[in-house]
Design a protein around this ligand. Structure first.
Ligand SMILES: Cc1cc2nc3c(=O)[nH]c(=O)nc-3n(C[C@H](O)[C@H](O)[C@H](O)COP(=O)(O)OP(=O)(O)OC[C@H]3O[C@@H](n4cnc5c(N)ncnc54)[C@H](O)[C@@H]3O)c2cc1C
Length: 560
């Protein structure tokens, strides 16, 4: 924010030393007379009318720009309105719901609807299934937006193309930025709710002559497939020899759709690098997992960032028990499905997948499709393209394909980085290249000398992402309202490091997923304490220790 004095005005990027010298001790929403502006240049997606967004802290109007009207943007908007702010939500698409507007036909909620709901907005009785379809999820978010009158605060078809921090400019100067159709929008705080699973697909890199350019068939990312309407998607895959690179949720879902369309005549091949602990049916395991993993007793068995000596001792002493429970669950999962036969037994323990949110539910009848041969799985650490298809480790003959789908995930960090205009801030927001985006309380990004004016919601995941985004939104509303005492920057950095080390301890090489599932209650305890609410939400000692924690436990955390 205050770092970026003059960046828009003169077009040059100041050096860090210059920025620090110029930075001013502005506290958001304090009675500062310093004009600090946030500029978000934004483009109307459809009409190509350019406009931009600027905010003046001096104006003291409690205006907040939220980018994205997916689940996270909606819940952030709801709480900010409730706390008396004036949020404006900029949404690139023409409706709410984010990624649920662009899913494969077969996609349904993996979490049970009981887990995946907002604190004060239950699912309607018309949603009978435990795992509603993507259309039902979309309806649920639309009803939420209607119920809390969020729609008037959303500007649809408005893609924010960049954000910049500026300061001290006069109104005249700001008006001059509204050139060539650019508009300037004012906001005092920016909330990024732009999602992790869209926008920047992760595409593997290949040496020259070994990439998609030499292949005669079609190459697509699963994101592009999900963006197709159902009829076009069905036409695309019908009667084709398909190879799917990647065996995470989108890879398995895509393969299942191909198998449904083409049967054994044109089997779909999945190239798997690492197997993960997928569940056969989350409805059954959801209940058990709640008691095994989502209660305070389960969290006693793992180390938690910033824990006391006593808690650390407990976690160390109880590590064998945690290991034993993990083995029990792994055995049950192996017993329930013939994973061994199809090479789908992971080399790592289940706690690693749970603490990185790298687990999911198999598509319906997935193992039947493996058995009948409409889906094949091949293990390979690397592959390259040739004219007829792809060549995998240890095989001479190409795997002949008409379409190769990359189900290889997304570059969430890149998406966050690219939304900032200044290269300086682009690098700053990401942090060290070996690390995750450094976020205090998993959502707040500070500047060099003060709490900043940006927050990321929907970036770190938990057992249920509605709950995870809702808690962060509540915290944000309290923070902006001045109810949260922020530590100094040194303490924030220390805290972020503690969480990152913990993720590395349990998540291993997958720590970058930023999942807080294995110590989610501990994390929410910190948020509750910040908001000056009692973190112990259950009635009675045994309930507190053994009952699973969920959204219902956090009712009443609002101030109003
Ligand atoms: C297939 C699939 C299934 C899932 N199932 C579950 C589940 O069962 N349980 C669970 O807890 N989680 C699940 N998730 C995780 C999911 O990410 C969250 O549940 C949640 O829907 C994400 O919401 P979001 O608002 O954070 O992001 P998104 O839904 O991605 O929304 C981001 C919004 O920001 C907008 N946007 C982005 N950039 C800009 C810009 N520059 N300007 C303007 N607008 C912009 C986008 O258009 C979009 O509307 C699933 C994810 C996927 C991909």
């Amino acid at each position: 924010m205050q770092w970026f004095h003059g960046v828009v005005k003169n077009g040059s990027v100041p050096q860090m030393s210059e920025l620090v010298q110029k930075s001013l001790p502005v506290r958001l929403y304090s009675a500062s007379t310093t004009a600090v502006h946030v500029l978000i240049a934004s483009i109307d997606h459809w009409s190509k009318n350019l406009f931009a967004i600027v905010v003046s802290i001096a104006e003291m109007e409690r205006r907040v720009a939220i980018i994205g009207a997916g689940m996270s943007g909606l819940v952030a908007c709801k709480y900010l309105l409730q706390f008396g702010f004036k949020p404006v939500v900029f949404e690139a698409d023409d409706g709410v719901g984010g990624l649920w507007r662009h899913t494969m036909e077969s996609t349904k909620l993996q979490s049970t609807k009981l887990l995946y709901q907002f604190i004060d907005f239950p699912w309607p009785s018309s949603a009978k299934e435990d795992n509603p379809s993507h259309n039902q999820v979309l309806d649920y978010f639309n009803s939420y937006a209607q119920h809390f009158s969020l729609i008037p605060h959303i500007r649809f078809n408005s893609k924010v193309v960049d954000i910049d921090y500026v300061g001290g400019e006069s109104n005249e100067e700001m008006k001059s930025w509204e050139l060539s159709g650019w508009q300037v929008h004012k906001a005092e705080f920016v909330v990024l709710c732009i999602g992790k699973y869209s926008g920047f697909p992760n595409i593997p890199k290949f040496p020259p002559g070994q990439g998609p350019e030499v292949f005669d068939g079609k190459v697509m990312h699963s994101m592009d497939y999900s963006n197709l309407d159902n009829v076009s998607a069905a036409e695309l895959i019908k009667g084709k020899r398909i190879t799917v690179i990647g065996s995470m949720k989108s890879g398995l879902d895509l393969a299942a759709e191909c198998a449904n369309a083409n049967g054994v005549k044109y089997p779909c091949t999945i190239i798997q690098r690492t197997a993960h602990w997928f569940f056969p049916d989350f409805n059954i395991w959801g209940v058990i997992a709640g008691y095994l993993y989502f209660n305070r007793f389960a969290e006693l068995l793992v180390h938690k960032p910033g824990e006391s000596f006593i808690l650390s001792l407990w976690a160390t002493l109880l590590t064998p028990l945690s290991w034993g429970i993990g083995k029990l669950v792994e055995t049950a999962l192996k017993w329930k499905l013939p994973r061994q036969k199809y090479g789908m037994v992971p080399n790592h323990n289940i706690l690693q997948d749970l603490s990185t949110c790298l687990f999911a539910v198999f598509p319906d009848n997935f193992f039947d499709k493996l058995k009948e041969g409409s889906i094949l799985i091949k293990k390979s650490q690397s592959f390259s393209f040739c004219k007829e298809g792809i060549i995998i480790d240890g095989e001479v003959k190409p795997l002949k394909s008409d379409i190769v789908f990359f189900a290889t995930g997304y570059q969430g960090d890149e998406k966050i980085k690219r939304i900032f205009k200044s290269p300086l801030f682009q690098n700053y927001i990401i942090g060290r290249t070996t690390s995750t985006v450094p976020l205090y309380r998993y959502s707040h990004r500070w500047t060099n000398n003060s709490p900043s004016n940006s927050q990321l919601i929907g970036y770190a995941e938990g057992a249920s992402n509605t709950f995870s985004s809702e808690m962060k939104s509540l915290w944000l509303a309290h923070f902006l309202d001045g109810n949260i005492e922020m530590p100094n920057i040194r303490q924030m950095v220390k805290e972020v490091k503690l969480w990152e080390d913990n993720l590395k301890q349990y998540g291993g090489k997958f720590y970058w997923k930023r999942c807080i599932l294995h110590c989610g209650i501990w994390y929410h305890d910190q948020l509750c304490k910040d908001m000056k609410h009692n973190p112990k939400r259950k009635k009675g000692f045994f309930a507190e220790l053994f009952e699973p924690y969920g959204h219902a436990d956090y009712m009443g955390l609002t101030r109003k």
